[in-house]
Design a protein around this ligand. Structure first.
Ligand code: PPS
Length: 284
């Protein structure tokens, strides 16, 4: 399928990615023990998690998140620009990524670096992705949601199959440097989520600092903040403007998928995600 940049069977955005960087990231990049990694399949709440982690680092002070764009605070390691931004910084790094497990830096697997992986109901991921990518010049544009639905189930969407991505990263469940979060859990109890992240990262916040983290990582605050709402993304990538903060809800898929699509999705989900314990996926 054209409109993507293919690397070893995974479709990447058509601009800003190149084989040499993706290979260097996988084979040579050295992850430090103190680095923090934020990982998610696209449209799962990556930017929200980045905002929370940045605000934890500043103890709730919003100055950093209000003056530096997300991709400079926590660069996506696999993109050309992200790789450059990251390697110009001082250690320890805060790294973001959408990479599937098998393309992530090999050095990570023998490091003590902490990784936070966020999952989201793939039906909502599908709908969020559809309304996001078609506004960009980064991918082949689907002519309808039905087309995108087919592509999603086949894994012919940015970063490949949700099922493979999730299976791959969930193989780290139980490792002490791996924290699993869900978008649904973050929505249900954002305060508890922030506390969990603090515990995992070994950070302590005073109650008023935690209030500030909550405040500046809220949907509304991020939507109004041009450093986090993607309004700084240039016209060549998104000629009609780009809105990261679209709805920010759970279950929006019910407004978009037909009954037949929902049934087909359930079937694929059950087949591909068989073997995981009940309750692991909070939306099921
Ligand atoms: S990306 O472009 O792949 O990195 O997108 P990602 O950040 O992973 O996911 C975008 C969706 O996350 C929603 N979002 C939030 N929801 C609730 N609260 C906060 N603070 C928040 N920040 C981002 C965003 O609205 C996208 O979901 P949809 O369903 O499209 O609204």
């Amino acid at each position: 399928m054209s409109g993507y940049y293919w690397f070893e069977g995974i479709p990447f955005p058509s601009r800003g990615f190149q084989k040499e960087i993706i290979e260097e990231v996988r084979d040579k990049f050295v992850i430090g023990d103190e680095d923090i990694i934020i990982l998610a399949y696209p449209k799962s709440g990556t930017n929200w998690l980045i905002q929370i982690v940045c605000l934890i680092q500043t103890k709730g002070n919003p100055e950093w998140v209000q003056s530096v764009p997300t991709w400079k605070r926590s660069p996506w390691i696999e993109s050309n620009g992200g790789f450059q931004n990251l390697t110009n910084k001082e250690r320890p790094y805060q790294i973001s990524s959408h990479l599937p497990f098998h393309l992530f830096p090999r050095s990570f697997f023998s490091s003590k670096a902490k990784i936070i992986y966020v999952i989201r109901n793939p039906r909502d991921v599908l709908v969020s992705g559809y309304f996001f990518w078609y506004k960009t010049n980064l991918f082949k544009n689907p002519d309808s949601l039905a087309t995108y639905f087919d592509w999603f189930l086949k894994g012919n969407v940015p970063y490949g199959s949700w099922f493979e991505h999730t299976r791959g990263w969930l193989s780290m469940r139980g490792s002490e440097n791996f924290l699993l979060l869900s978008y649904e859990g973050m929505k249900k109890d954002p305060r508890r989520t922030i506390e969990k992240i603090c515990d995992f990262l070994g950070k302590k916040l005073e109650p008023d600092e935690l209030d500030m983290v909550l405040k500046y990582s809220s949907f509304q605050a991020m939507k109004e903040n041009k450093m986090s709402n993607f309004s700084l993304i240039t016209d060549d990538i998104a000629p009609n403007g780009l809105l990261l903060m679209r709805k920010g809800t759970t279950g929006d898929w019910k407004n978009h998928l037909t009954v037949a699509q929902a049934e087909a999705f359930n079937k694929v989900f059950q087949e591909k995600m068989a073997g995981f314990p009940p309750g692991l996926f909070p939306w099921e």
